[in-house]
Write a protein that binds this ligand. Structure first.
Ligand code: MN
Length: 303
């Protein structure tokens, strides 16, 4: 039985509080529980104040067999930030531009940019699987898509970690692998119609929007897209005809990434997001306590 915990983004205090609330006890081997293990959905770093503490709590639990963890897009990006681009020597797979630096600078300052400690954490990030497909549940950072999972398999090792030989292509636009990583770690997006755009939480103007991949049907842009509430511009009432080939399996999927707000609720009886914006002061860190049920229920969220 598992507690699936959402994106932490350096909020180690919220993590400790949640683990204690869930009945985990701390010992020399880190947090543990007699009946439950944690599954972390990734995005341990960037944004929040206690990023190394967060990593230490998570890794200690994983090392001692008390938790599993999958890769988030922020761990993926951290690998690209420090890996030289073999096509363009002296540059990196993730561009060192202003937006990327702003997103990553707290981690760099806490870990010590290019330090041995930085290298150690990058090795650990590379050891994180892109998803878990357990006997009864599935966990992934952003989006479960069976077709993409089938296609990415040749690029993964037996633990579903990216092979070292695949890392260059994973960051190279227009390769198939780049697209697969985008879907699994960052979710599906659409390009908004001409003239429709919004400001994201970092103030960057966006002409693309994340979509609710778990829906079976959406009639308007507003229903399909994840756009902040204060950006509900008229254009979003436009009708859309977007092919949603949503998840049809009867094996529950848990994911994070989507910065949801409000009271946690399941997306469908087989799909649940556990990311409720813990990175924000007002946001909560959320767990879903899975106790073997075949269909998910709202009562099992804990926060
Ligand atoms: Mn994410």
């Amino acid at each position: 039985m598992f507690d699936i915990i959402g994106d932490i983004h350096g909020q180690a205090k919220k993590l400790q509080q949640l683990l204690i609330k869930l009945g985990y006890q701390k010992s020399d081997q880190g947090f543990h529980h007699p009946d439950f293990k944690v599954i972390f959905v990734g995005d341990f770093i960037d944004r929040g104040p206690y990023q190394l503490e967060t990593l230490q709590i998570v890794k200690e639990m994983v090392d001692n067999g008390n938790a599993y963890a999958v890769m988030g897009n922020h761990e993926f990006n951290a690998i690209g930030w420090m890996t030289e681009n073999q096509q363009k020597p002296d540059t990196f797979l993730r561009q060192h531009n202003h937006v990327h630096h702003k997103q990553h600078k707290v981690f760099l300052s806490q870990v010590g940019d290019s330090s041995p400690l930085h290298q150690q954490w990058l090795s650990w990030f590379k050891s994180l699987p892109l998803f878990l497909d357990l006997s009864a549940i599935r966990v992934i950072h952003a989006c479960w898509d069976n077709q993409v999972i089938d296609k990415i398999m040749p690029y993964l090792d037996h633990r579903h970690c990216l092979k070292e030989s695949a890392i260059q292509a994973a960051f190279t636009p227009k390769t198939a692998l780049f697209d697969y990583c985008e879907v699994l770690l960052k979710g599906k997006e659409i390009t908004l119609p001409q003239g429709v755009y919004y400001q994201d939480k970092e103030g960057t103007t966006r002409h693309k929007s994340r979509i609710k991949w778990w829906l079976n049907q959406a009639d308007t842009l507003n229903q399909l897209c994840l756009i902040p509430d204060d950006e509900q511009i008229d254009a979003l009432q436009r009708k859309v005809d977007f092919p949603l080939d949503s998840y049809q399996d009867c094996k529950p999927v848990f994911f994070g990434h989507y910065w949801l707000t409000g009271t946690p609720i399941i997306q469908t009886p087989y799909i649940a997001c556990v990311d409720y914006s813990a990175a924000l002061a007002s946001g909560k860190l959320v767990a879903y306590r899975w106790q073997g049920e075949l269909q998910l229920v709202n009562q099992h969220f804990i926060y």
